[in-house]
Design a protein around this ligand. Sequence first.
Ligand code: GLU
Length: 490
Amino acid sequence: MSETPVRVRFAPSPTGKLHVGGARTAIYNWAFARANHGTFILRIDDTDPERSTEENTQIILRAMRWLGLDWDEGPEVGGDFGPYFQTERAEMYRAAAQRLWDEGKAYPCFCTPEQLAADRAEAQARKDPFQGYQRRCRDLDPAEARARIAAGEPYVLRIKVPEDRGDVVVRDAVHGDVTFAARELDDFVIQRTDGTPTYNFATVVDDAAMGITHVIRGDDHLSNTPRQVIVYEALGAPVPTFAHISMILGADGKKLSKRHGATNVEEYRDAGYLSDAFVNYLALLGWSLDGETTIIPRDVLASQFSLDHVSKNPATFDPKKLDWIQAEYLRTMENDEFVEKVMRPALAAAGVDAGEHDAAWWDALAEVVKPRTKFPADVATVAAPVFATADTLVYDEKSVAKGLAREGMGAVLDAAREVLAALPAWEPAAIDAALEALPEQLDVKKRLVFQAVRVAVCGNLVSPPLGETMALVGRPDCLARIDRARAMAL
Ligand code: GLU
């Protein structure tokens, strides 16, 4: 661990919703901060006024909360290094650009787009290895520059890459040292004609001012990094450690996009994924704990995450693996957690009035429903017979035809009703035992007896274990259901 306390940031642009790739970047930053007892900062890079919206910002914050990625500094929580919206930091970018200009590390450039295009064409024609900005305004006489500005001529500010800078080596925790040739570095624009900063400038001004020690982001930004290094050097600020994480691909090897299915985090929330399972899955897209462990609870991620286990190879999004992890989280959940986190919200979402029941009843219901739940939306379906009443229970036609509407089933229901009404204790084992005795007594196949009672009480043939379900439904309603079903039996 480094001596300087770790400070990392996730800096989404609110030009869209939070997508899977952004979420993974956020998770890595969050986990790295937590594992190193550092600070996780959320900064909203809203400098693109055309495409940034307040609505997207709200969606991103909501998605971050759903993911459980609590930030220590940023929107809503504040912090000592704010503001945390780039649009509110305009003055800082202007001051920083002015300082570099005053120190001779930046200069005004008056070249028109036409001039730049002509210079580029000429450089290409003479096969100049240096194809970037041709430094036309770099050595303008300062007095002349001032006069042109005073006369209202538009200008940008460009950074002056030192003559002797040489190649830039980016030290990257994932990619190792990445060398960018000096000739690829031109005097790039840091401030546009309208006075706004460019991404490479604003980002570095902020990362430096916020004391960011590690920049963890998508590797689509690796090519920006040498320019950012030049800005750090001009500002006299320490260069952070970079960690550029790989792209996420779809099964066809192409960059993950809408074509592959849901890409927005909230679509996964709405589809019923558990946030813990989803975070676990995304964390594994490019990182591994030990090369084999798949189930990595949040607290383990937050204590064990490290950059040296991040792969530089692209990761493939595998919905099947996500579903498997989801199933594991549900399967291993304690009943009381399943009741509170999954069952009650799912029933409420399905508009089911669960009524008043004690903890033991809910526990018994969880026992029956949990193994049959892959997604929270399954809960209402699996538990439907339990929450129905004799009046509202829906009878599945095919099940009725198969289980009830056959010769002799009327007598089966009559006998079942009688033994069930007489049972001293209304418990799963006792109910099952009472029903077990009927086939022999009536000389009817066991399968047929159970089918008939199952359809009578649950409305279908695929419901959960009969004794448990009937215990949950309660005796009076079970008997009332049998009475109702009696009319359908022959
Ligand atoms: N706002 C930038 C983005 O969303 C941040 C990139 C960075 O982390 O520097 O791509």
